[in-house]
Design a protein around this ligand. Structure first.
Ligand SMILES: Nc1ncnc2c1ncn2[C@@H]1O[C@H](COP(=O)(O)OP(=O)(O)O)[C@@H](O)[C@H]1O
Ligand SMILES: [Mg+2]
Length: 536
């Protein structure tokens, strides 16, 4: 009886996902205006769709079958679920490899969603996907350049290295020299893999939606919505070029005090199109390459501080945020024309690359988010609750939201100790347990929060990983920077709203209080470092 019911579920799932996907695929084929890609769509999309449907149905059936009759929450149930997660992740990984193209991007996305999808998926995807990047042959690169710029690389550039310096899921980068002798980096899209992107996202989206109808707890529609929105932008390198210009402009206008420490390569507009981006070549080292940074005479702690400051300014003041700051996308070099400090330490400059994925925070969300972080840094329970609720976390899940943002349990979040947000290595396993224990609540929270906030969570994860690589121990200084920039953003917004003399005085007092508080926290930090140094 049970077996028959399971079989029926499986057949229903399979038919539904296939039907939904076929509809999407057919729609894409009918609306494609390029004959070559229409042909490709008619051949590859149905095959991928078939694979998607089989995999989705198999994974879903596996969960249903493995957990059948087990008491939810029991040790047996937990173990069975863990094993089903592992099998599911392996099947999904296999699917991504076989389909290729944007599926690799999807797999990489999943690998970066620590604590937001089951740990087993993150681990398995991380092990296999991050270094798994498709490479276009030189012939394919020539075809793209010819199609985009009307001539072969040899005709356009003085020199063009046929071997790419780097390759990622959507593009690869070649070093070249222009006719007037400038060294450039040319980012060439893997068009043979990305031309089915729209159809692929549509089919994956329908499968996720269909699965959600059968299993309401399985709700990754936000992830699909996100990819649906961001992928076309990431595939248009003109958007990327414009983002880099806007980002630099924001630093000059809104953060002039650090503008010269942050840089984006200049774009060669006459040699760039939506599928080809030619930019100034930057001689720098990767932001997590500790040894090379030290060899440049730069202190890793200064880089970590600059990284925190740069991203805090983008989140809390500009409301226009580079959402993919993983180590390969940020270079470090000595500040051009910068003088060393008194100890001969060279000042760093951050060079931001890969400007394809940016998010706009509107003023309301930006200020609520800033006020929330201000509350987190200063252990202000009332502000944390108020702003989490304003962002949509709800009266019941605000503590969990604070926990996800800081990776700390609630009692530590509101602990007035200066290092209350610092995560030690031993905390990590506790956190993972936390994540699996509260999985349904986390899923619900993700459903409630605005999608831009989910991207901020992902950005924070990338920043945390870079910071951990640079300074192994405490990241307390980063929290003080976050505390300062978020507080300044909140105060600036009040200044905009209230212009009477009395309220300005009030704001002035608030600023004074902030400086005093931060000063006190800095003293506490020095004492902490001193105590640590003495006990070593
Ligand atoms: N302007 C540049 N100067 C030097 N190296 C670059 C430049 N742009 C990209 N690269 C190298 O190429 C890699 C991939 O570039 P990126 O823009 O991140 O492409 P993708 O979107 O494919 O990740 C970078 O990690 C970096 O090593
Ligand atoms: Mg990149």
């Amino acid at each position: 009886m049970a077996a028959r019911s399971l079989l029926r579920t499986r057949t229903k799932l399979f038919l539904a996902t296939t039907a939904a996907g076929t509809g999407a695929g057919a729609a894409m084929i009918l609306t494609s205006d390029d004959p070559a890609s229409a042909l490709k769509l008619t051949t590859t999309v149905p095959i991928r769709l078939f694979r998607d449907s089989v995999t989705a149905a198999t994974i879903a059936f596996d969960y249903k079958y493995s957990l059948w009759g087990l008491l939810e929450g029991s040790a047996e149930w937990t173990q069975a679920k863990h094993e089903a997660h592992i099998r599911g992740a392996r099947r999904l990984q296999e699917l991504c490899f076989r389909n290729g193209g944007i599926y690799i991007k999807l797999g990489q996305h999943i690998s970066q969603l620590e604590y937001l999808v089951p740990e087993e998926y993150v681990q398995i995807m991380r092990e296999s996907m991050l270094n798994k990047c498709p490479v276009s042959s030189y012939n394919q690169v020539c075809q793209v350049i010819k199609k985009e710029l009307g001539a072969s690389p040899d005709e356009i550039f003085e020199e063009f290295d046929p071997v790419p310096v780097a390759s990622a899921s959507l593009a690869q980068v070649h070093v070249a020299r222009t006719r007037d002798g400038q060294r450039v980096a040319v980012k060439v899209q893997h068009t043979h893999m990305t031309d089915t992107a729209a159809a692929d996202t549509a089919t994956v989206g329908l499968i996720v939606n269909t699965l959600h109808r059968f299993f309401p707890a399985f709700d990754y529609r936000w992830l699909i919505d996100e990819i649906h929105e961001s992928l076309p932008k990431e595939l248009d390198f003109m958007v990327e070029a414009k983002n880099s210009v806007k980002c630099m402009d924001n630093f000059r206008r809104l953060s002039p005090h650090i503008a010269r420490f942050v840089y984006a390569p200049l774009v060669y507009w006459n040699l760039s199109t939506s599928k080809l981006l030619t930019m100034e070549y930057i001689d720098g080292v990767q932001v997590n390459d500790l040894k090379s940074i030290q060899e440049l005479g730069i202190h890793p702690r200064d880089v970590a501080k600059l990284m925190s400051q740069t991203f805090a300014e983008m989140m809390f003041k500009h409301g226009f945020v580079h959402c993919d700051p993983h180590a390969a996308n940020v270079l470090v070099r000595q500040l051009p024309s910068g003088n060393g400090s008194i100890f001969g330490r060279k000042k760093p400059q951050l060079v931001l690359l890969d400007h394809g994925l940016y998010k706009d925070l509107d003023d309301t969300i930006r200020i609520n988010y800033a006020a929330l972080w201000k509350g987190l840094v200063f252990s202000d329970a009332k502000a944390i609750k108020e702003n989490s609720v304003k962002l949509g976390a709800g009266e019941d899940l605000y503590a969990l939201f604070a926990g996800i943002l800081t990776m700390r349990p609630w009692d530590r979040v509101i602990d007035p100790a200066v290092d209350h947000l610092v995560v030690n290595r031993s905390d990590r396993s506790e956190l993972q347990m936390y994540a699996s224990q509260y999985f349904p609540q986390i899923t619900e929270l993700l459903r409630r929060l605005p999608r831009v906030i989910l991207l901020m969570l992902k950005t924070n994860d990338c920043l945390r990983a870079v910071s951990n690589a640079l300074i192994q121990e405490s990241s307390l200084e980063s929290f003080l920077i976050v505390g300062r920039v978020s507080s300044e953003a909140v105060i600036e917004s009040k200044l905009w709203q209230k212009r009477s003399i009395l309220s300005r005085l009030d704001i002035w007092l608030e600023r004074l209080l902030l400086e005093t508080r931060l000063f006190g926290m800095h003293i506490a930090l020095w004492l902490l470092l001193l105590r640590r140094a003495l006990t070593l």
